[in-house]
Ligand binder design. Structure first.
Ligand SMILES: Nc1nc2c(ncn2[C@@H]2O[C@H](COP(=O)(O)OP(=O)(O)OP(=O)(O)O)[C@@H](O)[C@H]2O)c(=O)[nH]1
Ligand SMILES: [Mg+2]
Length: 199
């Protein structure tokens, strides 16, 4: 798939701000600072379409990006950032759940985890939740440039085991810094969209 066109079409904190539910959507979920916005920019080959920052908690809204007028990538707010007050973080949890539960066009959620760390309890909870709604199956291990080639397989194994992933589920290591791994993710997304249209 070649991405020719990508545009931010909606920024939402509640449902009436979502765009019309008329295109397939692939959402990105993961803890704050894991690299969701960076991965998105890499995929669409745009430096700063999604805001990236050293200070976690940057994406506090659900951001809908329309791609090639064919589908959308939905950047969900990061969960699990300790410095955000409990009330606010519960608000975000509700926002994520509200979106995941209600969206007809939602095809799959790509869950992002940092390659260097075993998934947190919240990551595990999120993956369980995705399994429940049959939205699981693709995990992206971000910041792959931070581990050596030798460590990489070991880290991937820990993630697979901790999330209790099924044999057919995929883990794709990516690096926004080195610009690696994203082609494989694009291929997976393309496949999902094609399968989805056939049904
Ligand atoms: N080394 C390295 N750093 C990365 C990579 N991807 C992202 N980062 C850095 O990680 C930080 C967070 O990246 P973001 O893309 O803003 O993360 P996010 O998940 O969108 O964060 P929130 O919007 O706060 O939820 C930034 O400082 C990025 O430069 C990567 O592949 N390698
Ligand atoms: Mg972000």
């Amino acid at each position: 798939m070649i991405i020719k066109k990508a545009a931010l079409i909606a920024v939402a904190v509640k449902k009436d701000q979502y765009p019309e539910d008329n295109l397939p959507e692939i959402a990105f979920a993961g803890r704050s600072n894991v690299g969701k916005s960076s991965l998105f920019n890499l995929l669409v080959n745009r430096k700063n379409l999604a805001r990236v920052s050293g200070s976690p908690g940057k994406t506090r809204t659900i951001n809908f990006y329309e791609i090639n007028e064919r589908f959308r990538i939905v950047d969900l707010p990061g969960y699990g950032y300790a410095k955000v007050s409990k009330a606010t973080s519960e608000g975000w949890g509700g926002m994520i759940e509200g979106y995941l539960k209600s969206r007809n066009g939602l095809v799959k959620v790509v869950q992002l985890v940092d390659i260097r760390h075993a998934p947190s309890n919240q990551d595990i909870q999120m993956y369980e939740y995705l399994k429940h709604y049959q939205l699981d199956g693709i995990v992206v291990a971000t910041k792959a440039d931070k581990v050596s080639r030798n460590e990489l397989q070991k880290c991937v194994g820990i993630i697979r085991k901790t999330l209790n992933m099924s044999a057919g589920d995929k883990i794709i290591p990516v690096s926004a810094l080195k610009r690696t791994g994203y082609e494989e993710l694009l291929t997976e997304i393309d496949l999902l969209l094609t399968e989805n249209i056939k049904e």
